[in-house]
Design a protein around this ligand. Structure first.
Ligand code: AMP
Length: 631
């Protein structure tokens, strides 16, 4: 049976888990990390880096290092969120022809889905290696506030990465699942999620296995990075006061500050004071300057107080929208790395009047819950029935630009509902179906998801034709809409493509490209392994030739020398076919047997180490000369 993994595709970090032996476990990435930075970078050598390795070079390659792509996925270039993001991001955003966002790297434009797919593809590869199978399907989580386009775009990203996405589920629902909530009990819970870039608060009600998101609120530009910035600003000011040097003008120094600030912030979650040391951070005519200071937890708390307080208003709003009092909340779950800060925990306890649950790592809780949902789907996890809900109402634009709801928000999915509509003019043979999502009365104030035309309605006076419009939301929360003229009886097949998603052709193309990159990576890996193997053998043969080569007759000496020279040449070439490496290995292996045979024939001789270094350098020089001649 295929393995079903749970993926928390986060703004800052992503995490993967799987159910094994009935319980959910984290799958580490290929460098041993339990979470992976959601970062993709492109280098000028046409290399693509994902995760920790991409994060490490972000300082020196900021314009080609993409982070926080989750803020862009499924959104329009002109949307308020993207407009705000444009001012903060070091990489370039441009509008696509259809109004979507594209990211410009060197001369190529990438959709946010493609970038997310690169992260997913990396996670998929790590999971496949860890599980020892390439038969992997996935469940991916999205924030509760994501609309249909954002969910669809996330699903498309999965498909581009070559993943079969079985479900898209809400992050707070996944977090609640990881805590085993809802097992036979009816509970109201608050999920307080403060990550690197965003803050979300969701109020959920769990009754009889139905996880219902009652309300969700937050600030998509408040997160751990803002905390880091407060610390960096403090360092800059202290340094300026002491030396008169303003570090804000030095990009490299700023990036070092940013890293030191985040490190100090994280350390202060477990100790009460820490030192920040930045040697050689600047220099003037009097010589190099260093920054060395102690930062205490109370100092940090003072610096970020405003940010911590900033999360309270959305909490109040979410409770108000959910129409429940603070005292009715049974549990508070903390999600996101920044909630490790003791002040956040204390504030949450004070606000909700009870301590938050804290036995599961806040970085891992969403992925663990997503994997559990996989376990439920595969029948490995019993006792839970997970029914999710749609976060916003779905409907169509009707006469006068009004929004007519077909499915109300918070309806349990999967579901299907049909409403009958009619024409507004006599003998009207065409109607336009404009599908929207939101809670506002006018269609123009809601999110436009798709438009299509139903052609071929039988001519009749206005108000007579009956057109059935069917909305079907699948278990991923993704919408399919169809329309049918009752009179003619002929159903028209209409396919709805979410307006900010990619077309199936685009997805197909990106999928092929992603696969191509995967193949390329595989080839590079195979080549490296073959080169390593050749290198190991070469070192051995060089050594035994230097010691015992004198035992060989002249023609065999030349054979061995040629083989060594050829292998040395292969090791030095930049791009060499895999077959050539393997061929060189086989040849060298055969030639090494000549030396072994000579040694066996002369068991009493000892080694004669000459000036082996010089000999080998000469061999290499000869080999390279020969190579240049043949080019
Ligand atoms: P997430 O998006 O959930 O991965 O959260 C990432 C944010 O959590 C980053 O801003 C980190 O600096 C922050 N973070 C991680 N560990 C800690 C910690 N021990 N104390 C405070 N913040 C942390």
């Amino acid at each position: 049976m295929k393995k079903l993994i749970g993926i928390d595709l986060g703004t800052t970090n992503s995490c993967v888990a799987v159910v094994e032996g009935g319980s959910s476990q984290i799958i580490p990435n290929n460098v041993g990390g339990r979470t992976t930075p959601s970062i993709v970078a492109f280098t000028d050598k046409n290399e693509r880096l994902v995760g920790q390795i991409a994060k490490r070079q972000a300082i020196t390659n900021a314009a080609n290092t993409i982070y926080a792509v989750k803020r862009l996925i499924g959104r329009k270039y002109d949307s308020p969120e993207v407009t705000r993001a444009r001012d903060h991001l070091p990489y370039q955003l441009v509008p696509a022809d259809n109004g979507d966002v594209r990211i410009k790297i060197f001369d190529r434009l990438y959709s946010p889905q493609e970038i997310s797919a690169m992260i997913l593809q990396y996670l998929k590869k790590c999971a496949e290696e860890y599980l020892g199978t390439s038969e992997v399907d996935a469940i991916i989580t999205t924030p509760a506030y994501f609309d249909d386009s954002q969910r669809q775009a996330t699903k498309d990203a999965g498909e581009i990465a070559g993943l079969n996405v079985k479900r898209i589920i809400n992050e707070p629902t996944a977090a609640a699942l990881a805590y085993g909530l809802g097992k036979g009990k009816n509970e109201k819970i608050a999920v307080y999620d403060l990550g690197g870039g965003t803050f979300d608060i969701s109020i959920l009600e769990i009754s009889d296995g139905v996880f219902e998101v009652l309300s969700t609120c937050g600030d998509s530009f408040l997160g751990g990075e803002d905390f880091d910035r407060r610390v960096s600003d403090w360092i800059v000011q202290e340094f300026l006061d002491e030396t008169g040097i303003d570090l804000r003008n030095d990009i490299l120094a700023l990036q070092r500050l940013k890293e030191a600030a985040e490190k100090a912030k994280c350390e202060l979650s477990s100790v009460t004071e820490t030192s920040i040391s930045l040697p050689f951070i600047a220099a003037d005519e009097t010589g190099p300057k260093h920054f060395d200071r102690v930062l205490t937890r109370p100092q940090l708390e003072e610096m970020v107080n405003e940010l911590v307080e900033g999360t309270l208003e959305p909490c109040e709003k979410a409770l108000y929208d959910a129409k429940i009092a603070i005292g009715d909340i049974d549990k508070i779950i903390l999600v996101g790395g920044q909630t490790r800060m003791p002040k956040i925990r204390a504030m949450a306890a004070q606000f909700f009047g009870k301590p938050p649950s804290s036995d599961i790592n806040p970085d891992e809780v969403v992925a663990l819950g997503a994997a559990l949902q996989g376990g439920v789907l595969q029948g490995d996890v019993k006792d839970i029935v997970l029914l999710d809900v749609i976060p916003l109402s779905l409907g169509v634009e009707t006469h006068g630009g009004l929004f007519t709801k077909v499915i109300d928000r918070n309806s349990t999915i999967p579901l299907k509902k049909t409403l009958a509509f009619t024409t507004v003019a006599d003998n009207q043979t065409t109607v336009e179906v404009h599908v929207c999502q939101g809670e506002r009365e006018l269609a123009e104030h809601n999110r436009s998801l798709a438009r299509f035309e139903l052609i071929g309605i039988l001519p009749a006076p206005r108000g007579i034709p009956q057109i059935d419009v069917t909305f079907e939301v699948d278990s991923n929360g993704i919408l399919h809409v169809s329309a049918r003229d009752q009179k003619s009886g002929k159903a028209q097949e209409i396919k709805v493509t979410p307006s900010s998603g990619l077309s199936p052709q685009e997805i197909q193309r990106m999928k092929q490209e992603a696969q191509l990159f995967y193949e390329k990576d595989k080839e590079v890996k195979e080549k490296r392994m073959s080169l390593n193997r050749l290198d190991g053998l070469l070192k051995n043969v060089q050594r035994s030739f230097a010691e015992y080569g004198y035992l060989l007759p002249p023609e065999k000496t030349n054979d061995v020398k040629e083989s060594i020279a050829n292998s040395l040449k292969i090791m030095r070439l930049v791009d060499v076919p895999l077959d050539d490496i393997d061929q060189a290995y086989l040849d060298l292996e055969r030639k090494s047997m000549l030396i072994t045979a000579a040694m066996m024939e002369n068991p009493t001789v000892s080694s004669q180490m000459g000036d082996t270094q010089t000999q080998m350098e000469q061999l290499l020089a000869d080999a390279m000369d020969e190579h240049e001649d043949t080019e």
